[in-house]
Design a protein around this ligand. Structure first.
Ligand SMILES: Cc1ncc(COP(=O)(O)O)c(C=O)c1O
Length: 300
């Protein structure tokens, strides 16, 4: 991976190579921690972080769900994110904040283990590596919402995502689609999913999925463009009969879906509405569309 110079750890900047943890770090063993993925983009006014407040709110809400007492205020943590981007002098990339239970106590009850935090940034281009990807319906289902807090970005959840992802790659697909415990479409390993039918946008309702910030951005853009979005239970059959389909996510941004299992979606490339929303989204994140200026935190 590409690296930068400094990583913020518990209030201090350390050199990239020195950003280390003890092997008995609690979260490393049990997965009870929360993280975020945030992008920042090059704009005419310098780097801008996309929807920083929303990401920090989701991180801290998730920390609350994992019984964590975070030793930082949200505002100070947000400032630390801005400072980490500034100190590393890069124009665009990805930000990975994590709150985790550290070293000092083992056993499943994390009470008494220190709560640690870090923020790393690095350049990261296209996540799925293509404008349109092939998708395999996974044999692994999304975590049951009564087994965990499905709406939080909890480290341990990503075991489920990685299973699905590896299975899809092993079968020659570029990404996976996980169904929920009722057999309805849930989400990708790190993306929400949408489809278009007769110029209306559809996406799975919240409950079994992460409340994606890109998902929310897409629905707001669509509404401004007069495109209706319906959030509901979506069967795999309905998804496969769509005119267009796409993933949304911080890493994946807006990536079209060209094929699901053996079914080609639309004409097998990015659809008209997907393209329109994608252009507005990319203009917004890079400060070219003033309508969505409030989504950006400039790093001057
Ligand atoms: C499981 C999962 N679903 C959806 C998303 C998309 O969320 P966002 O748009 O906030 O990045 C992500 C990425 O954060 C994710 O990990």
């Amino acid at each position: 991976m590409e690296t930068t110079k400094y990583i913020w750890m518990d209030g201090k900047f350390v050199a990239w190579d020195d950003a280390k943890v003890h092997i008995l770090t609690h979260t490393l063993h049990y997965g009870m921690g929360v993280f975020e993925g945030i992008r920042f983009y090059e704009t005419a006014k310098g780097p801008a972080i996309f929807r920083l407040t929303d990401h920090v709110n989701r991180l801290f809400d998730g920390a609350g769900k994992t019984f964590m007492k975070v030793p930082f205020k949200k505002a100070d943590f947000s400032n630390a994110i801005v400072e980490t981007v500034r100190k590393n002098s890069i124009h665009s990339g990805y930000i990975r904040p994590i709150l985790y239970y550290g070293y000092g106590k083992m056993g499943l009850d994390p009470t008494g283990a220190p709560v640690n935090a870090s923020i790393a940034v690095w350049p990261w281009g296209s996540y799925l590596g293509a404008e349109a990807v092939s998708v395999m319906t996974s044999s692994f289902i999304r975590l049951h919402p009564k087994s965990t807090d499905a709406g939080s970005k909890i480290c341990g959840h990503y075991v489920n995502s990685i299973f699905a992802s590896c299975e899809a790659k092993a079968n020659g697909f570029q990404e996976a689609l996980l169904l929920d415990y009722n057999g309805m479409c849930a989400e990708g390993p790190g993306e929400n999913i949408f489809f278009v039918k007769n110029e209306v946008l559809y996406t799975p309702k919240l409950g079994n999925i992460l409340s994606g910030i890109t998902r929310d951005s897409v629905m707001r853009i669509a509404a401004k463009e007069g495109i209706k979005t319906i959030e509901k239970d979506i069967s795999p059959k309905e998804l496969k009969q769509s005119d267009e389909a796409f993933f949304t996510g911080t890493a994946a941004e807006i990536t079209a879906i060209k094929k699901i299992d053996s079914t080609v979606i639309g004409n097998g490339s990015i659809g008209k509405i997907t393209k329109k929303i994608r252009v507005i989204f990319l203009d917004s994140v890079s400060g070219k569309n003033k309508e969505y200026e409030s989504w950006l935190t400039y790093v001057r």
